[in-house]
Design a protein around this ligand. Structure first.
Ligand code: PLP
Length: 388
């Protein structure tokens, strides 16, 4: 049996964390209201802002996983009667809908999980009247679809709505331009493409959103973005309450690694690794799960595949685990029907090669394919640029 610590993490988060980042967490505690912490916060804010493509002062860092950021965004921007259009085509769009139901008057817009967002339907809901806020997930990790953020942002602008975008599983692994896309609040998590441990959410909120928050009487206390924003922009940068200091060390180091690689190179690496997965599984006769329309795309950071006929996707996941590669299955109704492979963060082409050759063998053992060995050639060709 392969020991847990020797297994290869290929899930769409949490991802394997580089040694440098793990080591950073071993540093001693410091005063979180002092110069040293302020400098760490400044690095986190500055490098994150370059990934969001927004101004540094918009960025706040919260101790809490991505969902904390989602709740902060929805809860700080909406009073109970405000209408929130919650676009759902997967698990995390559904999560936004559930949060919206707690803080506002939710107007659901549901598409079958795995299907694309239909812009005409979004426009129809907005035209029907007084939607204050739109929530959407950019990279729906549960189905591996990249949703049309720029296009929905255009609609938000046209109808004067606020736009909250989840970039939890795409920031640091895909091109994100929140200012250009009219996004008022964007939220990410530490444990995906940034390759830090779970437990931190980074939120970017623009002036328009922050001004509107002053009118919201039911803002959450711990997750009050007005308070986070004020603290983040003091001369000595800090958080309103005691932060998870060790996780800040980790985030800082992980973001330095992102900066050293270069954002464009990092996005290209994510693209080529994810494409290598698609090219290889398709050659094995496995169908991709997303049903794309003209404004959607395959995710740049995770792939979702249908289990071949007669095979339970959970069995593929278990067999891969036995062989030392941890992949994920489907969530809720998709359990047993799809399996997912992440190609996020510090994942290397070698990791992708290992995963695909193990998958080829697992599927072969289940009666799929005539022979093994093809994927190394296919994936190698797709990722050729990464070997230069
Ligand atoms: C797209 C997306 N949004 C939100 C979340 C929730 O983040 P967390 O589990 O960090 O609270 C996830 C986590 O898997 C995600 O993939």
């Amino acid at each position: 049996m392969i020991k847990t610590e020797d297994k290869l993490m290929m899930m769409p988060g949490p991802v394997a964390v580089p040694q440098r980042v793990l080591m950073a967490m071993a540093k001693p505690m410091i005063n979180h209201r002092g110069k040293e912490f302020s400098a760490i916060y400044d690095d986190c804010q500055r490098i994150s802002a370059s990934l969001f493509n927004t101004a540094q002062e918009n960025v706040s860092v919260i101790s809490g996983s991505g969902t904390a950021g989602m709740e902060a965004a929805v809860g700080c921007l909406n009073n109970k009667d405000d209408k929130i259009l919650a676009i759902e085509n997967g698990k995390f769009g559904q999560r936004f809908k559930k949060i919206a139901g707690k803080y506002g008057n939710v107007v659901p817009l549901e598409f079958e999980w795995g299907k694309s967002v239909d812009l005409a339907a979004v426009e129809e809901k907005l035209a029907a009247g007084d939607i204050k806020t739109i929530t959407m997930v950019h990279n729906e990790s549960s189905t591996a679809i990249r949703n049309p953020a720029a296009e929905v942002g255009e609609l938000a602008k046209k109808f004067g709505a606020y736009f909250i975008l989840d970039v939890v599983s795409s920031l640091g692994g895909d091109d994100i331009r929140i200012d250009d896309w009219n996004v008022d609040i964007a939220v990410t998590g530490s444990q995906k493409c940034i390759a830090a441990p779970p437990g931190i959410s980074v939120v970017a909120a623009n002036e328009r959103a922050l001004a509107e928050m002053e009118n919201v009487t039911t803002r959450p206390y711990y997750l009050d973005l007005v308070a986070y924003h004020k603290s983040a922009n003091k001369e000595l940068k800090e958080t309103p309450y005691t932060p998870a200091v060790s996780l800040f060390y980790a985030l800082q180091e992980a973001l330095k690694i992102v900066e050293e690689e270069g954002v464009d190179k990092r996005i290209e690496r994510h693209f080529l690794m994810t494409k290598a997965v698609r090219d290889s599984v398709t050659a094995l006769g496995v169908e991709m799960f997303p049903q794309l329309n003209e404004v959607s795309a395959y995710s740049n950071t995770v792939s979702a595949m249908k289990a071949p006929a007669g095979i339970d996707a959970e069995e593929i996941k278990k067999a891969m685990n036995k062989r030392g590669v941890i992949i994920t299955g489907g969530q809720d109704d998709l359990k047993g029907k799809i399996f997912r492979i992440g190609s996020m963060g510090a994942t290397t082409p070698t990791n992708i090669m290992t995963t695909l050759s193990e998958l080829e063998q697992v599927l072969y053992d289940m009666g799929i394919g005539e022979e093994t060995g093809a994927v190394m050639d296919i994936a190698g060709k797709t990722m050729a640029k990464l070997y230069e």
